[in-house]
Design a protein around this ligand. Sequence first.
Ligand code: UT7
Length: 324
Amino acid sequence: MSGIRSVARGIGSYLPERVVTNAELSERIDTSDEWIVQRTGIRQRHVAAEGECTSDLALVAARRALTDAGFKASDIDLIVLATATPDQTFPATAVTVQAELGITRGAAFDVQAVCSGFVFALATADALLKTGAFERALVIGAETFSRILDWEDRGTCVLFGDGAGAMVIEAVQEDDARGAGVLTTHLRSDGRHRNKLYVDGGPSSTGTVGHLRMEGREVFKHAVGMITDVITDAFAATGETAESIDWFVPHQANRRIIDASAQKLGIAPEKVVTTVDLHGNTSAASIPLALDVAWRDGRIRRGQLVLLEAMGGGFTWGSALLRW
Ligand code: UT7
């Protein structure tokens, strides 16, 4: 019996206009371009304009993904939007995007897994398409982390940026998919680590939005092991290997974490897509932003194997392997 494959049809992204360089940050707080580049690989990040919300970023990325796919908004019957910085506590940012796109059928909802959000959203949309209940999904990662940063805390404010990325996936009968589509996804969480990367506010605790807090060294310590575990799971499930994949598109938190993970897995450096230098850590948006860069500059081509991975607050972590 033939199953359903979720095949990538289009990708799009959006970065706010304003760029904040390390040099600009070092005028405001006790930091330096040298420290930030050496410890993280980050050179600049984009920051949303006043009044520019997560849904605004998501909407532009979604429209670009639809254009890339050659689809109309009305072709979409599912929106899964990953964000930790929604416009409002509720309704979901996904329904704002849905309304702005003029979509009145199907379902739209948010997924909250912080930096792992895009992988969790893709796995969710993939599973829903496979039930046969939906045909075409917009999977979006969108964030305005600039709004929850403590701009006095040099240990965190230099790391994050704003942005959005979106992917259109379509349910295709396996026999017609020519091997393309999401091949496997692996999601993990361990709430014992929830106080290592968190926001110190919320509707049911403080009644405030709060600011991001992180024990950077603790997160760093766990990151490579968690990332490599879920990638090993993806390889075991599919029989693919570090040699057979064409592109590794990791969550962009820190150049050192990316390089160490690739090295531990035996993934050649030339297969690694890195955007952390230009975007900083855009949390749930970082993977679709990086995918869009590599798709547009011609690195990723149809038929190629693309490996995604992310790790973040919770802790949450996950991988997805797809044939483009
Ligand atoms: O996407 C979600 C997952 N998040 C991550 O993956 C982040 C994981 N963590 C990291 O990427 C790294 O831990 C950081 C980049 C956050 C920090 O790098 P580190 O090598 O772990 O540095 P550290 O926290 O051990 O700090 C080293 C020193 C400290 O000074 P002392 O105590 O040695 O005197 C910090 O106070 O660097 C100091 N420092 C800074 N100096 C200049 C911390 N932040 C800064 C800064 N500029 N911005």
